[in-house]
Design a protein around this ligand. Structure first.
Ligand code: NAP
Length: 280
């Protein structure tokens, strides 16, 4: 089975659109998302544009605040502080990566946890790892929704996650633990990666190494979620060798068209949740 992330994301976007439209008729209010973009890194500009377009399509008011690369950390912190207090702002997102002179940790910490639609603020990270209600980072949330399209009950499954980033690997592990999976995280220092991957009922690859996961790394009944986005020549490929695995295993996400569209859909979902929790 090839898991169609585009289709699943469209279903989620339509649900969000309907809910926003209903809330608007009842309350005359709509959610709003402010994205801070610093510098002229082209991929970030594309991501931000896509986020804005998707937000507008579902009825979320979206604003991009663009700053030159040389802007000071102090000015960005002041802007975040202003948005934290702004009654009309549901969600704040600072597009990463940041220029070197701006401290990522300070910026993430400055976003109010209630408006932290990326789920990166330590309060949300802590809530997630404590099993409490929290805003969950968009990509791992999207991965979980795709896994659950294939298998509703994940209890007792062995999940192996390749990658331990704060963005993907670690929150993915927390989400799968919450689903009662037995979770293994592997990374660049893991010995015998292949052996670890072969234990997986669910394998999530969030690495950034093209085609790292090969046919003989995965059990036949495994569900494989490929988070990787890697440019090879003119092509975009994942961390999993899709062609080798697609006819062999239970389910797999393609790249592109798998996790990517779900990430944006989950950003819209998080923005709506922030709005409902604090502005209605
Ligand atoms: P990251 O911060 O660079 O983390 C990569 C992780 O992979 C690290 O934990 C690293 O181990 C591990 N790793 C690297 N090489 C390895 C190897 N040869 N064997 C085993 N583990 C290895 O990356 P990220 O931000 O999580 O992103 C991962 C990939 O997902 C990238 O391709 C990125 O573009 C993509 N991505 C996609 C989406 C989406 O929406 N689809 C969203 C975000 C990111 P160490 O910790 O030991 O260094």
């Amino acid at each position: 089975m090839i898991i169609d992330g585009k289709k699943e994301a469209e279903i989620i976007r339509n649900e969000i659109k309907k809910e926003i439209s209903d809330l608007k008729s009842k309350t005359s209010k709509i959610p709003s998302l402010t994205v801070i973009l610093i510098g002229d890194y082209v991929p970030s500009q594309i991501y931000v544009k896509n986020k804005e377009k998707s937000a507008q399509e579902v009825g979320i008011k979206s604003k991009i605040l663009k700053y030159q690369k040389k802007i000071s950390e102090k000015e960005i912190l002041a802007k975040i502080n202003e948005l934290n207090k702004d009654k009309d702002t549901s969600g704040i997102l600072v597009q990463l990566p940041l220029p070197e002179h701006i401290n990522k940790e300070k910026i993430i910490n400055a976003i109010h946890p209630k408006k932290d639609v990326d789920g990166f603020n330590p309060v949300n990270v802590g809530n997630l790892s404590s099993g409490y209600k929290s805003i969950v980072p968009c990509t791992p949330l999207g991965c979980l929704l795709l896994i659950k399209k294939v298998e509703k009950n994940l209890s007792g499954k062995h999940a192996v996650i390749i990658g331990r980033s704060n963005l993907n690997g670690k929150p993915m592990a927390q989400l799968l633990l919450k689903e009662n999976c037995t979770v293994t995280i592997v990374h660049s220092k893991t010995k015998n990666l292949q052996n670890e991957c072969l234990k997986a009922d669910i394998l999530v690859a969030a690495v950034g190494v093209p085609n790292l996961v090969k046919k003989n790394w995965v059990k036949d009944d495994a569900i494989v979620i490929d988070v990787g986005i890697n440019k090879v020549g003119k092509e975009i490929v994942g961390d999993v060798n899709f062609d080798e695995l697609k006819d062999k295993i239970k389910a797999i996400t393609p790249v592109p068209g798998g996790v990517g569209p779900m990430t944006i859909a989950c950003l819209l979902k998080n923005t709506l949740e922030c709005f409902k929790a604090h502005q209605l």
